[in-house]
Design a protein around this ligand. Sequence first.
Ligand SMILES: Nc1ncnc2c1ncn2[C@@H]1O[C@H](COP(=O)(O)OP(=O)(O)OP(=O)(O)O)[C@@H](O)[C@H]1O
Ligand SMILES: [Mg+2]
Length: 390
Amino acid sequence: MTHSPLLRSDQTLFRDPDVFELTFVPEHLHHRDAQVKELAFLISPALRGGSALSAVLRGPPGTGKTTTVRRIFREVREETKKIVPAYVNCRHDHTLLAVHRSIFTQVVGYAPPSSGRYLDEIKQGIATRLHDHDAALVVCLDDADDLIVAGTYNTLLYQILRLYEKWDVRKAGVFAVTSNLDLNLGAEADPSVWSVFHPTEITFLPYSRTEIREILADRAQQGLYPRVVPKPLLDRIAGIAAGEQDIRIGIDLLRAAVLLAEKDGRRRVTHADVTAAARAVTAPALRNRAAGLSEAERALACWIAERSHDGADMASGTVFEAAQEYLPVGKTTYHEHLNALTRAGIVDLVPQKGRGREVRLRYDAGDVAAACSSPDRTCETPNSTCEIPN
Ligand SMILES: Nc1ncnc2c1ncn2[C@@H]1O[C@H](COP(=O)(O)OP(=O)(O)OP(=O)(O)O)[C@@H](O)[C@H]1O
Ligand SMILES: [Mg+2]
């Protein structure tokens, strides 16, 4: 690279663009030691000629469940032939045949012949291979809630966990994964499955802002040339991702901001790049949040956005008084709506010294106005358009 501040058109800021792909499995898995240890413990009996144990992995989206399993499976594959891991993406494969075909491909090393359309043939192919190599099977059913929707969850667990009854193989271990916190994959198992399942619960808690910061810094180091993203900007990106409780937003944002700088021929990401990238990356999240609000709450959000955009005083009491002119709501209703906006993650109420709380938007004011306006109510002129229905 030259020392010129501008990039030549054939130069890039990405040392390795794959690092920002969602399927990328990072070299170092931060803050998941406990989960890795637990999974390794469950697999370990299979190393000694026994059977792997089963688990249910549960945690909100983006907490590293898939990555943790993929990491462990990769290590197992590199270290031993005595255990055969099979990773099934149940979003793609949720029929009995599709899941077994996926397992077959990973166990045997090639896809089952198209003539092998019958489930029993495929199961036999899996079992024969395991038997011949005296290997134990460990299956990860990722996003297993799709199996419940498809009505195949119990049958699949039954067939995988009881493979040993029909063929002379060791009992398989199953890791069932879900990000649906309302779903208890253990309790969804029928009694006939439960007697061979007994899963250990492994929980994946959301990452803190500091943890997200570390993961992103690591990603930047691996995927970008040095000094492309200044530290304060990495902090800002981590803050946005932590606010959204979604590390994927952080990774996307990092990539998008760097692409903007690159497109502009600059060697360094600026605040403006992050602001522009954040708009694009967080727009879908913001739309989802707005969709959960009532019409009246959206009207208030819309009005707050305009006020904030105009640089007006945002102390909660002042906002209420000013709102009186346009929005016919009492103080109690105003506070209820404001709390709804806080719960939805659209505004924060920040305590101010001696003057109550300040209403602060989490997103760009223009984006909030766009997400909260409805076709028959635009946000441009408050007194004519932002009316709150009673
Ligand atoms: N501890 C970590 N260290 C490094 N990268 C991580 C870590 N946890 C998650 N990531 C990254 O964050 C992204 C999301 O992680 P992952 O896909 O494992 O989450 P998940 O819990 O399976 O989410 P979902 O429930 O939505 O499937 C991936 O790109 C992954 O590489
Ligand atoms: Mg996942």
